[in-house]
Every structure is written in structure tokens, then in C-alpha cells.
Design a protein around this ligand. Structure first.
Ligand code: SF4
Ligand code: SF4
Length: 61
């Protein structure tokens, strides 16, 4: 089972990952996105592809 992690230092708060995730995994907090519901991730990797900052990567867990 894999889920995304966000490198907060790279995140510019564009919200693209929040918009594209079909599973509502992300939330915005203090102008950064955070992984709020990693258990709902279906591993489509759309968020990884969408983030132009390269701030999201998938980890096995
Ligand atoms: S798409 Fe990338 S830069 Fe934009 S909010 Fe998500 S993690 Fe941050
Ligand atoms: S891999 Fe897909 S389902 Fe999982 S957080 Fe990213 S966009 Fe959402």
C-alpha cells in the first residue's frame, strides 16, 4: 500500500493536488497542502504528476 508525502519546503500552495485527487486525500493548512487522509489514497499518482514543484512522492507503507 502506497500513499503520498509532501515536502513542505517545496510546496508553494498552488492547491493543484487538492483539486486533482479523486479521493480527497489532501487538505490545505497554512497555505501548504498536507496529507490528511492517506488511507483513502488509491495510488493513481495524479498528484505526483500534477505537482510542478516535485513536492509529492509516493512511499510504501
Ligand atoms: S501541487 Fe505541489 S505545490 Fe501545489 S499544493 Fe500540492 S504539493 Fe504543494
Ligand atoms: S495518488 Fe491519486 S488518490 Fe492518492 S493522493 Fe495522489 S491523486 Fe489522490
Amino acid at each position: 500500500m502506497a500513499y503520498p508525502v509532501v515536502d513542505e519546503a517545496k510546496c508553494v500552495g498552488c492547491e493543484e493536488c487538492v483539486d486533482i485527487c479523486p479521493c480527497d486525500v489532501f487538505e490545505m493548512k497554512n497555505e501548504k497542502c498536507v496529507v490528511e487522509r492517506s488511507e483513502d489514497c488509491e495510488e493513481c499518482e495524479s498528484c505526483v504528476e500534477t505537482c510542478e514543484e516535485g513536492a509529492i512522492e509516493m512511499v510504501e507503507g
